[in-house]
Design a protein around this ligand. Sequence first.
Ligand code: URA
Length: 435
Amino acid sequence: MKIDFLSLIRKKRDGEGLTKKEIEFFIKGLINKKIPDYQIAAFLMAIYFQGLNFEEIVNLTLAMMKSGKIFKFKGKYVIDKHSTGGVGDKVSLILTPILAALGFKIPMIAGRALGHTGGTIDKLASIPNFRTDLTYQQCKEAIKNIGFFIAEQTEELVPADRYLYSLRDATSTIESIPLIATSIMSKKLAEGINFLLLDIKTGNGAFLEKFTEAKKFAKTIIKIGKLIKKKMSVFITDMNQPLGKAVGNSLEVIEAIEFLKGKQPRDLKEIVFTFGKEILLRTKFIKSKKRAEELINKVINEGRGLRKFQETIRTQGGEEAIIENYNILPKAKYQEYYFAPQKGYIFFINTKKIGFLCNFLGGGRTKREDEVDYSVGFIFIKKLGEKVKKGEPLLEIHANDKVKLKEVKEKLKEVILIKEKKPKLPPLIYWYGRT
Ligand code: URA
């Protein structure tokens, strides 16, 4: 029987399951531009409310993966790391050059910003001339020549995710376990990797705010990994405050470079080293945790991680001098402090609102076509649990618009709460699982 897309929207709206054929029909129609955006948007909203069963998730993942070209690389150490999305999460920019410097092949297909969260691709796009829309051939050459690339979804690379990703962003259908799972896994399977580390963020700045949701997501991902026999490590980590100090595209690139030069905020360091050690151990690159830590430190201290990052910038056409000269990066006109309105302890940070405030300054999109201002954002000076005096600077705001800057200062009063009582700090890592 002939399938028509309207009946699929209706089926999903009413909570019925879709067959493999129907899911493949959807992806084919999407790629061939046979289905209008308004119907895809309605379908996404139906999935958002009704969910997908495990079989549908697997079928959609595979159909999305097959929507473009699929990489095949030789060798044991072809890996990747991916995060479900957070605020100030620049771990990929730091960890992947370190691992590539050790000889790992990392074919990273990443995304732009989604909702209030930042995206690796937008961060890199803040580097003048840096190309993220690599062709399949250019990706293969980068792996051959320097072992590493970071590219966005294109018409050749997981085009189904490219399309759905931006539509989800514009239709408020991001926070859905099946849609996040299929988006991530389709990209990662197309990379032809043999090991994946997945960082699932939870907390007030994550898509999966509640731990129970994050755990459900982790179980789904592990079940997919087991089914397709993909070696994976899965972490659930904290997103109740930005990771590190910087939030905003070029500011995060600077923080990543500084990290590779040895300036390492505690929380960011713990995540980078935990993930790095896990990858070195699980791929059997090294046998002991202690040796793994020494090796990561050695790569950083010898400047090899930094040089690999520089090599990637050069390979992808970017201005490599940014490594030494941050003035080449987009820089905001105004840099002003937000001061503590009272004394006490930083008790609560509404991390999602921090992300949205960065977008409000121009650092993100509300429509697919929006231009991003790469220079804006925040540098946190104080983080959760730290003691502050009245009038002490809590963060630095980078803005290009005086009126918006003033508005942000006003809004921050409700976003960062200071109390007399010291808060109980959340753990950085909540849960770990593997296939
Ligand atoms: N990262 C992705 O690649 N996709 C999502 O949906 C969320 C985070």
